[in-house]
Design a protein. Structure first.
Length: 558
């Protein structure tokens, strides 16, 4: 049947009476069996404020689909909280959750014969997980962002979760009292929504809208705002249109669309995690995006957004002045976007932006002629430490070159203990290893140590390098995603205390200054750590996952 390309195998024919009997029990009536079935993947959970309201958004999306000729079925995926698991062993499961979310969306949607899919995400890994799942299935699909949190307030200044991490460092450095630390803790998270700076969640939501896979404006709406409800209703309606026109994710998620997503990520000063996630999403859509594409595009795209963590303003301010559509218009008008890319509206990016006015001003979002940084803050570094690539986040405020002496830790916990005991000194290059995708396993984010360093006032005096990741909330001179990782015998595994390390973002080089002979000598003595203790999901992930430079994917494509 038309518009029931997949569900007709479930609902049509006398032999499908048992199938229909089951569906009647969950709310289907006779007319519903002739409608396209829309699966709505909700990442709702009470484990994080980012996702605590998404069940309500799923209801609105279902209404949008149901009132426009579809029949919706809401189902759940998992989520984990990066903010709560940060700095703990539980953070090993953060990136794993991206794969579990993608797998669950693929599994349920394929098993139940959904004709179209809406996914709704909040916390960081939900978004790429949703897109990977939809790209694999390649059925008409739309992503809805759960929305950003309102900022907290302390001493009449906006604060967020990163403020709390940095306050820990300030307290350890005796710059604030225990009472003030507690006040900041109590005030930072006022309700539902994703962390309120240009951290990973808001970065990925914006990149997905630029990719064309969510409705215009979806990425820059407050979680509790009326326009987020409207976004869900509109998405339900738009999905039925996509089903009728048979417009699928891979029609939208093209090479040029990913270039648009990379461009917007750079313009917004977005998270380093976008490199990992966009490569993984592209792989699921059979589009070849590599870390070198970030270098190529980064040479011509400026950083325009003065948003936290590197900048001044919170996400709510960006939403108030118009959000992403006028920024897309600004980029398009300056020939930095591909306007001919198809989107989930059924129209091109250029058509979507036809009547959008650029009223952003030049304060929160700079004009292209007056950028914060004339080229990308995301810098791909290669050299003897990272021959396969590493990702640096260089806002320009840290300078472009850092050279210092290594202080080496084999885990995040070891490093954090040293920071709180004030063992980190000016000129140190902090090396945190065995935190990669396979070696961690799970590639933990290092927000706790980087924030503690910021809180101690050492942000411009030390650098971090790791085979793990950095949070979107991290700022400072940081380099992550080092490949090959330590577990695979990468050079980071043999760095010793006091080795000289140079990070040169202008030349895109990361190197340890030891001779090739010394490298070979150390490599002969190195032994691969045992992982016999691993079981369950974390074992399967470690066995399947690719390197960070290819997106840390698990579907066997690398």
């Amino acid at each position: 049947m038309k518009n029931k390309k997949f569900s007709s195998f479930v609902t049509n024919g006398l032999d499908k009476a048992p199938n229909r009997a089951m569906l009647r029990a969950v709310g289907f009536s006779n007319p519903d069996f002739n409608k396209p079935i829309v699966g709505i993947a909700s990442t709702w959970a009470m484990v994080t404020p980012c996702n605590m309201h998404i069940n309500l958004l799923a209801d609105h999306a279902a209404k949008g689909a149901n009132t426009n000729g579809g029949k919706s079925i809401i189902f759940n995926t998992i989520t984990v909280s990066d903010g709560i698991s940060m700095g703990t062993p539980g953070m090993k499961y953060s990136l794993i959750s991206r794969e579990v979310i993608a797998d669950s969306i693929e599994t349920v949607s394929a098993a139940e014969g959904f004709d179209g899919i809406i996914t709704i995400g909040g916390c960081d890994k939900n978004m790429p997980g949703c897109l990977i799942g939809m790209a694999r299935l390649n059925r008409p699909s739309i992503f809805i962002y759960g929305g950003s949190i309102m900022p907290g307030k302390h001493k009449n200044k906006p604060i967020d979760v990163v403020s709390v991490f940095e306050a820990v460092g300030s307290y350890s450095n005796k710059q604030i009292s225990k009472k003030e630390l507690e006040d900041i803790e109590k005030s930072a998270i006022p309700g539902p929504g994703s962390c309120g700076g240009m951290y990973t969640a808001n970065t990925m939501a914006s990149a997905i809208e630029a990719l064309g896979m969510s409705m215009p404006g979806s990425s820059t709406q407050i979680a509790i705002s009326p326009n987020k409800k409207k976004d869900c209703l509109d998405s339900g309606k738009a999905l039925i249109n996509l089903i009728k026109k048979n417009i699928k994710p891979r029609d939208i998620m093209t090479k040029k669309a990913f270039e648009n997503a990379i461009t917007v990520t750079i313009a917004l000063g977005g998270s380093t995690n976008a490199v990992l996630h966009l490569i993984a999403m592209a792989s699921a859509a059979n589009v070849k995006i590599t870390i070198d594409d970030f270098t190529r595009i980064g040479k011509k795209v400026p950083v325009l957004a003065d948003l936290k963590p590197s900048g001044t303003h919170v996400m709510a301010k960006f939403c108030q002045i118009g959000g992403l559509p006028p920024l897309l218009k600004r980029l398009l008008d300056n020939n930095l976007l591909h306007g001919d890319c198809l989107t989930v509206t059924g129209k091109t990016m250029k058509e979507n932006l036809k009547n959008v006015k650029d009223n952003l001003g030049n304060k929160i979002i700079r004009d292209v002629s007056n950028p914060i940084k004339k080229d990308s803050h995301l810098v791909i570094l290669k050299g003897n430490i990272s021959p396969d690539g590493a990702v640096a986040k260089i806002s320009g405020k840290e300078g472009l070159v850092f050279e210092g002496r290594a202080i080496v830790f084999n885990s995040e916990e070891e490093c954090m203990e040293a920071i709180l005991k004030r063992k980190i000194k000016k000129g140190h290059v902090i090396v945190i290893r065995y935190e990669g995708p396979r070696g961690g396993p799970g590639m933990r984010e290092m927000l706790a140590p980087t924030s503690a360093i910021m809180g101690q006032g050492l942000g411009s005096d030390v650098a971090f390098i790791t085979d793990g990741r950095f949070s979107g909330g991290t700022h400072g001179f940081v380099v992550g995603h080092i490949t090959p990782e330590a577990f695979d015998g990468g050079i980071i595994s043999i760095i010793k205390n006091n080795d000289s390390i140079k990070i040169d973002s202008s030349k895109r080089v990361l190197e340890v200054k030891i001779t090739k002979k010394e490298i070979l000598t150390r490599q002969k003595k190195w032994k691969k750590p045992s992982q016999k203790h691993l079981t369950g999901a974390i074992y399967k992930y470690s066995a399947l996952v690719s390197s960070a430079s290819t997106g840390a994917i698990t579907d066997g494509k690398n």
